[in-house]
Design a binder for this molecule. Structure first.
Ligand code: GLN
Length: 197
């Protein structure tokens, strides 16, 4: 299984390091062609405005939407989650619109330093460690979206089918739980494709 990581700007290298530690092959994605061999795609944290502009200029905006319609797995963290949402506020911004939720940019961790907190998660019995760096608040989530972790009474990690979004940065901790879930989603797709080959 190969996982693509959007490598325009932001903390793509931290995701690559975490997946390498889990024995997973990754590819840096900068063009639509880079996506072709990938079972899953990570949209990392960073600055969503810059990332969006790059996606639109390089043809990746449409390519990622197509990738999602093929049921391939996508995982957005922080700025990546902002790109996935259907509605982006504070300030308002366009997005890929692949996950029915309203997000407020610049929600958590307003300080220059990051906030390291923890919250309950359905993925593990202990509280999940969460690093917030000016992360989005998931203000509204649409029907059928599953909440996998919460912080301060709000969803912080959500999933709908093959799409996963975190307001925080699991790639900046030593906990592989969230990436493990993402790999399961990507693996389901590769099993499906193997069956239809
Ligand atoms: N608030 C940032 C944005 O709008 C996201 C911050 C982050 O990814 N750490 O892109």
């Amino acid at each position: 299984m190969k996982i693509g990581i959007l490598a325009v700007q932001g903390d793509f290298a931290a995701h690559a390091a975490m997946l390498a530690g889990m024995g997973i092959e990754t590819v840096e994605v900068r063009t639509p062609a880079d996506l072709e061999s990938c079972e899953g795609l990570i949209l990392p944290g960073g600055e969503s405005t810059t990332q969006l502009q790059f996606l639109q200029e390089e043809g990746l905006y449409e390519a990622i939407k197509k990738f999602a319609t093929e049921d391939r797995a996508i995982f957005g963290t922080c700025a990546g989650a902002i790109l996935l949402a259907t509605e982006v506020k504070n300030p308002q911004q366009e997005s890929l619109g692949l996950l029915d939720m309203t997000v407020l940019r610049n929600g958590y961790g307003r300080q220059v330093h990051s906030d390291v907190v923890s919250g309950p998660s359905t993925l593990k019995s202990e509280p999940m460690e969460m690093v917030f760096i000016r992360g989005p608040i998931f203000e509204r989530i649409g029907p059928g979206i599953e909440v996998l972790a919460e912080y301060a009474g709000k969803p912080a990690l959500v999933q709908k089918e093959h799409i996963l979004a975190a307001a925080f940065h699991p790639e900046l901790t030593n906990d592989t739980t969230v990436h493990q879930r993402f790999l399961e989603l990507a693996g389901e797709n590769s099993n499906r494709s193997a069956l239809t080959r």
